[in-house]
Design a protein around this ligand. Structure first.
Ligand code: LMR
Length: 409
């Protein structure tokens, strides 16, 4: 091999080390490598049916077929993506408020919900480089890398009280009360990831009060609309904030509720103080997209737009979302029941109170390691479980494994 000199172009990447796996996506890879026939995947946040599959909802498949049969060209759409999708997906989130806020909204189609979050961070960084985004402690494992990589500064606000497995609301409010005007507060619209612990309506009211009083800016991440209770209830906190605050940022994902995971369909919207500001924001969003990836992929957004614009497909889809949430609630009760039957001295009722796909087991890192490596029950290192990975077939295995590691620790 020829000797390398410093600065030699052939050694350009020679100083890069192999990175550790992603805390969530790495679980999928480890699960796939495991040969145990009874392995269970409670890792990545995807919905699963009773057979362990993540199906394409029927209404989404029908919309996809319609899109494909009617599409005559693949010519570029434009930096803002599918405009009908943008309008309808924001209307799904904002509900009856959408028409009234229309002139104040700047929306852009993004590369999934992650793209929406990153678009928001880039916009904040461009408009207010000194702004700090406050994220919940804990928060989704990719929030900080995804937002922080834009250059925007991040801090955490207290959110979860492990001893009661509920929102540490007084501490959260205390933190918000001390923030300077213009600070940005990232809130999970529903189905908090990873805790499953959501604000109740009175708490949303109190958060809106402090945001309003202190001139803070909410940035709502709505990745699970319809997975907590229903499509409207899950957006109630967001709608309250949009009604009361002059400026709001919103990241929307179609991955979970439309089952469009790999299509990367999402949107980022700002409800701006006035129509002129919204028009200016739209030009910045387009420029940010153009400079990062030029234009978003069309297919998933075209499908979601089709579902949302066809009354029959919409009703069928809403019913399918309702069936998914009903199943997740049932799985929460099932697992809580099986754990309780094994250890009646321990309280597992929190599982049934939490919302969406996730709950934190609240076990020490060694116990989580044992669940993955010895029990073949996989989850991220923070002990977040995806309840949709539980089934009638594996629930006893999961409950036995959890109880075994609790008893060992
Ligand atoms: C999750 O939290 O598991 C999902 O949002 C998937 C992801 O990208 O992390």
């Amino acid at each position: 091999m020829p000797a390398r000199r410093a600065g030699d172009a052939s050694d350009m990447f020679g100083n890069l080390e192999i990175l550790p796996p992603d805390p969530i996506l790495g679980v999928t890879a480890a699960f796939r490598r495991d040969r145990d026939p009874d392995k269970v995947d409670l890792g990545v946040g995807v919905y699963r049916d009773e057979y362990g599959n993540t199906p394409v909802p029927g209404a989404v498949r029908a919309a996809e077929q319609a899109v494909l049969s009617e599409q005559t060209t693949k010519v570029y759409v434009g930096p803002a993506g599918n405009l009908e999708f943008n309008e309808r997906i924001v209307a799904l989130a904002l509900g009856p408020l959408a028409p009234q806020l229309k002139e104040r909204i700047a929306a852009i189609q993004t590369v999934g919900g992650c793209g929406a979050l990153r678009m928001g961070a880039e916009l904040l960084h461009a408009a207010a480089p000194d702004a700090v985004v406050h994220v919940s402690d804990p928060t989704w494992a990719n929030h900080e890398p995804l937002l922080g990589n834009s250059g925007i500064a991040l801090q955490r606000y207290p959110y979860y009280e492990p001893s009661t497995r509920s929102v540490a609301f007084d501490q959260m409010l205390g933190h918000l009360e001390r923030l300077p005007p213009g600070a940005v507060v990232l809130l999970h619209g529903c189905c908090h990831n990873p805790t499953g612990v959501d604000l109740v309506p009175a708490q949303w009211d109190a958060v809106a009060d402090v945001l309003e009083r202190r001139g803070l800016v909410p940035f709502v991440d709505l990745a699970y609309q319809g997975f907590g209770d229903d499509l409207d209830t899950d957006a109630a906190g967001l709608r309250l904030l949009a009604r009361r605050l002059p400026t709001l940022l919103l990241a929307i994902s179609c991955s979970k509720n439309f089952g469009l995971y790999r299509e990367r369909a999402g949107a980022f919207a700002v409800v701006a103080e006035n129509a002129a500001t919204a028009r200016a924001i739209a030009t910045h969003q387009a420029r940010i997209g153009r400079r990062m990836y030029s234009m978003p992929p069309d297919h998933g957004a075209a499908i979601a737009a089709r579902v949302l614009s066809d009354a029959t497909l919409y009703r069928a889809w809403a019913d399918e979302v309702a069936a998914m949430v009903a199943r997740m609630k049932q799985l929460r009760s099932l697992l809580a029941g099986r754990l309780g039957a094994r250890r009646p001295d321990l309280d597992f009722s929190w599982l049934t109170r939490q919302k969406g796909m996730f709950s934190l087991l609240g076990l020490a890192p060694a116990a989580i390691g044992a669940l993955c490596n010895e029990e073949h029950v996989y989850m991220p290192p923070d002990g977040r479980i995806n309840l949709a990975g539980v089934s009638d077939t594996n629930v006893d295995r999961v409950a036995d494994a959890i109880v075994r590691v609790i008893e060992r620790s």
